[in-house]
Design a protein around this ligand. Structure first.
Ligand SMILES: Cc1cc2nc3c(=O)[nH]c(=O)nc-3n(C[C@H](O)[C@H](O)[C@H](O)COP(=O)(O)O)c2cc1C
Length: 310
């Protein structure tokens, strides 16, 4: 028989925002969010983070766009989406109806495009509690780099997102040795939390065709294969910036995986690739996290956050 104890307090604070629990969907892996309602109650999650939105409709990359890899997957979806206005009109209402707390993710190819997407979100209802600025996308004005590979460019896109008049989070890339400086730049520019991390750059070669397998060539690796990379990234940022709230993401497929991120210094976490295997994964992980805390005598989430730093 499971031991009975007072309910574990899973509430978590990310800057000015308090969420009832630390479990979220990861951008791009749960559609526009309302599709989840067939598998779980989106209102039970800390928040639902939707697919990154551009100011305009965006087609994405040529097929094939996904490929299974050992312990993960490689994708080059290329941020396909309907654009902010169509999302507000056609997709958001169904998600609002679920009662979920919603986080809109935005992207752009220039600072100006981030600003445009943010402006269009300014009229979104209050249930859109935060905007996640996906800085891990290519900067047209600097072909060599993602925005999130530069402290200046990261600060610029976060500043541009202020037009959304919402709590801002910055989603960072693990593919840089300057991650803590970039996190500091995001916070200096107005981000209340950093989401760490986006996918790890990768490639698969089709050995028969003697060419890269994905239509776009390079892709982003996700799933359990990248969890140690993401946990290390969270640990580094928490060590350098202990007061900055971190949302951990990368290969969370169980409550124990999530506990790793919390102990590394994350105050919340997102579940991405695991939802492709089981669309109810975020809800299952939430339930199991409560049980894990109960079994380990943890009564408040705060007891776990940063615990691995001694
Ligand atoms: C198919 C797919 C699409 C994604 N689309 C986005 C996106 O639109 N915006 C974004 O910030 N991250 C996107 N990501 C990255 C995820 O949000 C997450 O950061 C990454 O996959 C690592 O987490 P995971 O291992 O739990 O999937 C995408 C990932 C996948 C697999």
């Amino acid at each position: 028989m499971r031991r009975r104890s007072p309910a574990v307090d899973l509430t978590t604070r990310l800057g000015s925002l308090v969420l009832p629990n630390p479990v979220m969907t990861a951008s791009g892996t749960a559609g526009h969010g309302h599709e989840l309602a067939d598998h779980l109650d989106p209102a039970l999650l800390g928040a639902v983070v939707v697919k990154s939105l551009h100011a305009e409709p965006w087609e994405g990359n040529p097929a094939p766009r996904v490929h299974a890899t050992p312990a993960g997957m490689l994708n080059s979806v290329g941020l396909q989406g309907p654009g902010v206005e169509a999302w507000l009109e056609h997709d958001l209402p169904d998600l609002l109806a679920t009662g979920a707390r919603i986080v809109a993710s935005i992207w752009g190819r220039t600072v100006e495009e981030f600003a445009l997407a943010a402006e269009l979100l300014a009229g979104a209802p209050p249930e859109v509690v935060a905007v996640e600025v996906n800085a891990s996308c290519p900067n047209l004005e600097d072909r060599r780099a993602l925005f999130a590979h530069s402290t200046t460019a990261t600060a610029e896109v976060v500043e541009a997102a202020a037009a959304a008049e919402r709590t801002l989070w910055a989603k960072l890339s693990p593919n840089t040795p300057e991650l803590s400086d970039i996190a500091a730049a995001a916070v200096g520019a107005g981000a209340e939390a950093v989401t760490v991390a986006n996918t790890v750059l990768g490639m698969v070669i089709d050995t028969e065709a003697r060419r890269p397998l994905l239509g776009a060539g390079r892709g982003g690796l996700s799933g359990p294969a990248i969890r140690p990379v993401a946990v290390r990234a969270v640990f580094d940022i928490h060590e350098a910036l202990p007061d900055v709230p971190i949302i951990g993401v990368g290969g969370v497929a169980s409550a124990v995986d999530a506990v790793e991120f919390l102990m590394a210094g994350a105050s919340a976490f997102q579940v991405g690739t695991a939802t492709f295997a089981d669309p109810a994964a975020p809800a299952v992980i939430l339930r199991d996290l409560g049980r894990w805390c109960d079994d380990h005598g943890v009564s408040h989430l705060g007891e776990l956050i940063g615990a691995a730093h001694g």
